[in-house]
Design a protein. Structure first.
Length: 268
């Protein structure tokens, strides 16, 4: 059985659709969640987006490889129309949800509610700071718990610096986006993963990699403890996350859960 990468943007970091196909074939990935990123705020500033149209193109060309996820800014007037359209087209999830809104904002809740209705997971990017002019999205984890309670039928998948910093109990005392050094007990992230059946974690990008490598003994134990909640992803075209998991000397059952089975359970 092959590997599933739950965090792929089809035109990102110099990669295109055919480049991903070649790359995935070389490392044993036979399924990839193709994520979009659209937001009204960036569009008004003339900044780049990762449109859902790119996802549609990838799936049309390689339907056995790419799993389509859509992204729609809930503040758009045609949000519900587009959402229903993507459901009809066979999309399987929502993401990457990366908005300059708090995670418990009422507009965000429109997304959670609609996804719960159709059985879609929501893969979200979370940051920590609310500094004026800062590049923050979906702050912050303290506001997430009531959302998990309010939408028990929606599966949430956490990703990003503000998410992974919370692996450690001293997160409130650290101002860096990517903390390093030993992990202390009492982190919000482990507690939330333990207590909420509808919460999962995507280990992709520098944030996920740093969280699992800053304290190697803790990182391996974390993967073993939450083997049913973690999902392999990259958000890039390197292989360091795969090399990390292979270097942890994990039981075959755990490696299979993180690299394939957990994703397949959410998106069969």
């Amino acid at each position: 059985m092959g590997i599933t990468d739950v965090h792929c943007h089809v035109r990102w970091h110099g990669m295109d659709i055919d480049g991903w196909v070649e790359h995935f074939a070389s490392i044993g990935v036979d399924r990839a969640w193709a994520l979009a990123w659209e937001t009204w705020w960036r569009r008004t500033r003339g900044e780049y987006e990762l449109p859902t149209g790119d996802v549609e193109e990838a799936v049309e060309r390689y339907p056995d490889l790419f799993v389509p996820f859509c992204c729609i800014d809930p503040r758009e007037a045609d949000f519900d129309r587009r959402f229903d359209d993507y459901v009809e087209k066979g999309f399987r999830g929502f993401g990457e949800m990366k908005l300059r809104l708090r995670v418990d904002n009422d507009d965000c809740k429109r997304i959670y509610s609609r996804c719960g209705e159709v059985g879609w997971p929501v893969l979200f990017h979370m940051d920590r700071c609310l500094q004026p002019g800062g590049q923050w999205y979906l702050a912050n984890v303290e506001r997430l718990e009531p959302v998990l309670d309010e939408f028990p039928d929606t599966a949430f998948i956490g990703h990003g610096p503000g998410w992974w910093a919370e692996i450690s109990g001293d997160a409130d005392d650290r101002s860096e986006a990517y903390p390093d050094g030993p992990v202390t007990e009492g982190g919000r992230l482990p507690r939330l993963l333990r207590e909420y059946d509808n919460l999962y974690a995507d280990i992709s990008a520098g944030s996920g990699y740093r969280a699992l490598t800053r304290d190697p003994d803790f990182g391996r134990d974390f993967v073993l403890r939450f083997a049913d909640k973690l999902m392999y992803g990259t958000d890039n075209s390197d292989t360091k996350h795969l090399e990390l998991l292979r270097g942890m000397d994990l039981p075959d059952e755990v490696f299979s859960k993180v690299t394939r089975e957990n994703a397949a359970r959410l998106v069969p």
